[in-house]
Design a protein around this ligand. Structure first.
Ligand SMILES: CC(=O)SCCNC(=O)CCNC(=O)[C@H](O)C(C)(C)COP(=O)(O)OP(=O)(O)OC[C@H]1O[C@@H](n2cnc3c(N)ncnc32)[C@H](O)[C@@H]1OP(=O)(O)O
Length: 432
């Protein structure tokens, strides 16, 4: 039996405006937000009653009540309830990873249509209870008599009541994403000025994109919010005046609240399909997802490995591997969408590719990949200005890039997303 691989079409996406945590969506759950993003997509492409091949989506910060978040959200929309749904998690790579998995099923002919995306909220982060209290509560739940329950309740001590607040940290190192990035920018000699300029461009580009109506058919208002509420008119002097946010003591810290992505709430989804399905539904194709790749790095020096790598630098490895498979160079792109976890990550990643020694020794190439034309980088803003609801960033980027390619008429765009756990997810979208 032979198996043909089909092209995977991006029809389009939808997201709700992203909100700085503890602001507009303080009382929204992941399910509320993912459902809103899905409903916007359903309305835009008239998918009411449609049985989609599969919905794949996830969240990084989840309550146990979320269960299969993707399925529960599907059941809250007007999609056919016979639409199967799968929940996934790959830290900040979740949205793009969901898309890759859905694309592979379409490419192999297992399904004809899919919706992929994600949702995240740090406003509604689960607060855990201490291990001691958890054990007592479980025992109380199993206790047969009121007396037994009371005996167990009397074991509760003040120390048991300390809550477990989730921390935005890397479990194996105990360092936050920002602390890791401070190490990376020092290693790569990335200065404050370059980081602030990337942040400035992000806000300026996002605001300009909103003004020219670029997001009119990509963003559905939610809970009274019409635009990403972290976007602000940028001011380089103000950016330069902000104090270091993660390295506060050494006097050498360069990451600030201005050049880092902020904790954010939001959700995004993308509709993808086979060409046949798109044609049968009379839906124009914006772009094709032609290549994708993931990579992981040893960021903590397992077994004394001295060649440990920057936590958020895995895309520096994933992109060259993907370029090799695609037979492309780093310069063969009209658009570069590099997720701005921190401006310092964008600058460090670009510097890796410009560095002859890095490319030879770590990537095994014949020489540096070279520079990109920075005027093609994140031209409609990225995570510093929009905000970064972890699992929703992949869908935001894919939907925006597909629309940019549609507007341009033809071309190619590179997506690069770094993720906690030392991982990276990257992809190429093309419009012939
Ligand atoms: C793979 C990945 O993606 S890893 C990334 C995962 N995400 C993260 O790790 C989140 C990182 N970010 C954070 O933890 C937080 O946003 C922090 C620590 C950087 C900043 O948090 P906060 O201190 O609460 O930020 P806050 O929004 O209050 O800003 C601090 C100040 O900077 C100012 N500021 C922030 N951005 C800007 C800007 N663009 N221009 C001017 N001023 C700004 C604020 O107005 C505020 O000023 P004020 O104190 O006078 O009110």
């Amino acid at each position: 039996m032979t198996q043909t691989v089909r092209r995977v079409a991006i029809i389009g996406g939808n997201r709700i405006p992203f909100a700085r945590s503890n602001t507009a969506y303080s009382y929204a759950s992941n399910q509320d937000m993912l459902t809103a993003a899905l409903n916007g997509l359903v309305n835009r492409y008239q998918l009411q009653g449609e049985r989609i091949g599969e919905v794949i989506a996830g969240a990084v910060i989840k309550h146990s009540r979320d269960f299969n978040l993707a399925r529960e959200s599907v059941l809250s929309t007007s999609l056919d309830p016979q639409t199967p749904a799968t929940d996934i998690q790959q830290a900040c790579g979740t949205g793009l990873q969901a898309l890759m998995m859905a694309a592979n099923k379409i490419a192999l002919g297992q399904i004809d249509s899919a919706i992929a995306g994600g949702s995240d909220t740090t406003s509604d982060a689960p607060i855990g209870v201490s291990e001691g209290l958890r054990k007592i509560l479980l025992d109380m739940n199993r206790a047969k008599t009121a007396g037994d329950r009371l005996k167990l309740a009397l074991k509760i001590r003040p120390k048991h009541l300390l809550p477990l607040i989730p921390r935005n940290g890397e479990p194996r190192t105990g360092l936050s994403m920002g602390e890791h990035t401070e190490i990376t920018v020092k290693e790569w000699g990335i200065g404050r000025e370059e980081q602030d300029q990337i942040a400035f461009n992000s806000h300026e580009n996002l605001l300009a994109a909103y003004e020219r109506g670029f997001f009119d058919d990509l963003v559905t208002p939610f809970m009274g919010l019409e635009r990403d509420n972290l976007a602000r008119k940028p001011d380089l002097e103000k950016l330069a005046s902000l104090k270091p946010a993660f390295d506060k003591k050494s006097g050498q810290g360069t990451l600030t609240a201005g050049n880092s992505s902020a904790l954010t709430d939001g959700a995004s989804v993308v509709l993808l399909a086979s060409e046949e399905w798109a044609k049968a539904h009379n839906l124009p194709i914006k772009a094709y997802l032609s290549f994708h790749e993931t990579a992981a790095v040893d960021f903590f020096g397992k077994d004394g490995n001295k060649q440990k790598e920057g936590l958020l630098l895995a895309p520096a490895y994933a992109v060259p591997r993907m370029l090799q498979r695609a037979g492309l160079t780093l310069q063969d792109f009209d658009f570069y969408e590099i997720h701005e976890a921190f401006a310092g990550v964008v600058a460090s990643t670009l510097k890796c590719w410009e560095d002859d020694d890095f490319c030879r020794q770590r990537l095994g190439l014949d020489g540096a990949l070279g520079s990109i034309d920075r005027s093609k980088l994140n031209i409609n803003g990225s995570s510093i200005a929009t905000g970064h609801p972890f699992a929703a960033t992949g869908g935001r980027i894919v939907a925006s890039l597909a629309k940019m390619l549609e507007e341009k008429g033809s071309g190619r765009g590179l997506i690069s997303i770094c993720a906690a756990g030392g991982q990276g997810a990257v992809a190429i979208l093309e419009r012939p």
